[in-house]
Design a protein around this ligand. Structure first.
Ligand SMILES: NC(=O)c1ccc[n+]([C@@H]2O[C@H](COP(=O)([O-])OP(=O)(O)OC[C@H]3O[C@@H](n4cnc5c(N)ncnc54)[C@H](O)[C@@H]3O)[C@@H](O)[C@H]2O)c1
Ligand SMILES: O=C(O)C[C@H](O)C(=O)O
Ligand SMILES: [Mg+2]
Length: 567
């Protein structure tokens, strides 16, 4: 039965509300009831017809960034149409509204700016933060807040403002979260990007980044508002800088359901990809020797997640599991002598290797040295160093293992540590690959008849919407590590490569909504089982409630009601 919504807006107010606007899809009865009969052309369109028209308009724009701005404007006009169009062309359009095109859109945010979106909380307006916050959220029910201080946007660095809205849209598109119950927040604490500071059109606060106590005071005030007005919300942190990402997660985790996507989302999707790869090679997680190249926010998140899964799934001790990892950062392998020089962050000290293991290496130990000595089964890149997995590195790895598992995860695509086609060539097709941004299928040179290999997209967007939805529907006050592992395991179980090793290690984004639904169910089931949930449902009830709570881009029937919804 069609849903009915009671709406209090009339005339221009309903036509300019992206939440309630239906454009030419308003029925004759609605046009009369809402006073917009003469504000629309005669013909009533279906949502499918509107999607067709919008798709045709989109196709006229050739460059991805032009398509991105078109879709952005569409979102400002009509949410249902925007999400319906994207849902019908997921594979084609996710890379337009999200990675990699979104990186370009953020880098040009000030020049493409058309209209306000979400909330901008600026350090310069610290004193009025609560009033400013309330102006936007008063009377609203919010389940999800996505925030960023834009210091480490993907691999493109400090952009001052941006990313929260793109991540938030993915929650709705793929995770089924009602967009009216989400709040993207840009935390503007300045920027150290000299190009932005000298750009007269820069829309953010043109001031160097606030740090230290002032930064913490600002974040604390924001957190207090979140806890005061939306104590049951999930707070998603995105693209914070290396000095803050891990620290803020640890600081606020005990008192609110916070989630750092670059640490935990990336950890979860990488774990799923790694589990699928281990499934293809018929080996256990704990049997792997893993090099993580780039021991920053994502590198630590991935390492911790894989380590915790070895402990919980394979039952080995934390100490034993730590030994499976070789972390490399800008000064080479993290080993004792590097730590003694103060060149290892304290968060990664438990993975530091003993110097005695490297008797022939007085100084730095390079990636190639580690590959030759360790004969890794897995090589994961999150270093933002394009081309760091050189031909020598990849060939050396392929000498030491039958199916080298290689994940160059840096985004956007131009920053991948190795091009998947090169990795395929250098390993004679034996590499099991996954990348952070979308890449075309690979093929072996000369093997014209041969089957192409799918390069899985190992991007946190394949899992965070489901993790969030699962935590939300189960009314969990915290997002535990075990909930995240449950989601990752469910994702891994849906790997197409388990049926056909030439297929993707992870499901294609075309299937992301269904896949995330399963992730959400697994997360909620785990939350109920371990007592993190605020509900006590059976497994059947979890699935049933999840189905009922998914937001779908469909128009409800509207009834005019002065007491009805208006926000
Ligand atoms: N696929 C995904 O879902 C996903 C998720 C998160 C991050 N990422 C990508 O991972 C990359 C890193 O992101 P982050 O948030 O961890 O950044 P970060 O700044 O926290 O970490 C990057 C790390 O790489 C290290 N590094 C720099 N130069 C190096 C070199 N020459 N050799 C080895 N290490 C070097 C830095 O010292 C730092 O520790 C980005 O490109 C980002 O887009 C991908
Ligand atoms: O935003 C993405 O595409 C993934 C990830 O969060 C990143 O920072 O690269
Ligand atoms: Mg990110």
């Amino acid at each position: 039965m069609k849903k009915v919504a009671r709406v209090a807006l009339r005339g221009d107010s309903i036509l300019t509300s992206p939440r309630f606007n239906k454009g030419t899809a308003f029925t004759p009865q609605e046009r009369t009831a809402f006073g917009i009969n003469a504000r629309l052309p005669y013909r009533v369109n279906t949502l499918d017809e509107q999607c067709q028209r919008a798709y045709d308009q989109l196709q006229v724009r050739k460059e991805p960034i032009r398509k991105n701005t078109f879709l952005h404007s569409l979102k400002d006009q009509n949410w249902v149409l925007y999400y319906a169009l994207l849902s019908r062309h997921l594979r084609e359009l996710v890379p337009i509204i999200y990675t990699p095109t979104q990186a370009e859109a953020i880098a040009n945010y000030s020049h493409l700016f058309r209209r306000s979106e979400g909330l901008y909380l600026t350090f310069a307006n610290y004193d009025t933060m609560e009033e400013d916050f309330l102006e936007e959220v008063r009377g609203r029910e919010i389940d999800l807040i996505v925030c960023s201080d834009a210091e480490a946007i993907l691999g493109i660095g400090d952009q001052g403002v941006g990313i929260s809205t793109a991540k938030s849209a993915i929650y709705t598109l793929i995770g089924g979260i009602d967009p009216s119950r989400t709040l993207p927040v840009m935390l503007d604490v300045g920027t150290n990007n000299p190009d932005l500071l000298k750009d007269p059109l820069y829309v953010g606060w043109p001031h160097e980044r606030v740090t230290g106590e002032d930064y913490d005071k600002f974040l604390d005030k924001f957190m207090q508002l979140v806890r005061k007005y939306f104590p049951h919300s999930l707070l998603h942190f995105e693209d914070f800088g290396l000095k803050n990402a891990h620290r803020l997660l640890q600081k606020y985790r005990p008192t609110h359901a916070v989630f750092n996507d670059d640490i935990q989302g990336t950890g979860a999707v990488a774990l799923a990809g790694v589990m699928a790869a281990a499934g293809v090679t018929r080996s256990k997680l704990s049997e792997q020797r893993i090099i993580v190249f780039g021991a920053g926010t994502a590198g630590l998140g991935i390492t911790t997640q894989l380590r915790d899964a070895m402990v919980s799934i394979d039952g080995i001790s934390v100490e034993e599991a730590n030994k499976r990892f070789f972390l490399i950062d800008r000064y080479g392998l993290l080993k004792e002598s590097l730590a003694a020089k103060g060149l290892v962050r304290k968060e990664v000290t438990e993975y530091v290797r003993p110097d005695a293991e490297w008797p022939n290496h007085e100084g730095d130990v390079s990636l190639l040295d580690v590959v030759r000595q360790v004969r890794p089964t897995m090589l994961i890149g999150c270093s933002m160093q394009a081309g760091a997995f050189t031909e020598s590195v990849v060939r050396a790895m392929a000498e030491g293992t039958d199916r080298p598992i290689i994940f160059p995860l840096s985004n956007p695509g131009r920053l991948v540590e190795v091009d998947p086609q090169d990795a395929t060539n250098w390993t004679n097709g034996r590499a099991l690959l996954a990348t952070g941004s979308p890449f075309p299928q690979t093929s072996l040179p000369g093997n014209v008849e041969g089957k192409k290999k799918v390069v899985a997209e190992c991007n946190n967007a394949l899992v965070y919407p489901g993790l969030g939805f699962g935590a939300m529907i189960s009314k969990s006050r915290i997002m535990t590590d075990t909930m995240i592992i449950a989601g990752a395991e469910r994702l891994a179980s849906l790997s197409p490569a388990l049926r056909d090793p030439d297929d993707g290690l992870l499901p294609d984004f075309e299937h992301a909504p269904g896949v995330n639904f399963e992730v959400a169910v697994a997360v909620a089931e785990q939350a109920v089982e371990e007592g993190s949930a605020g509900v006590n449902w059976t497994k059947e009830e979890v699935r049933q409630r999840a189905h009922e709570l998914v937001w779908k881009p469909e128009y409800p029937a509207y009834v005019y009601d002065p007491e009805g919804e208006s926000e």
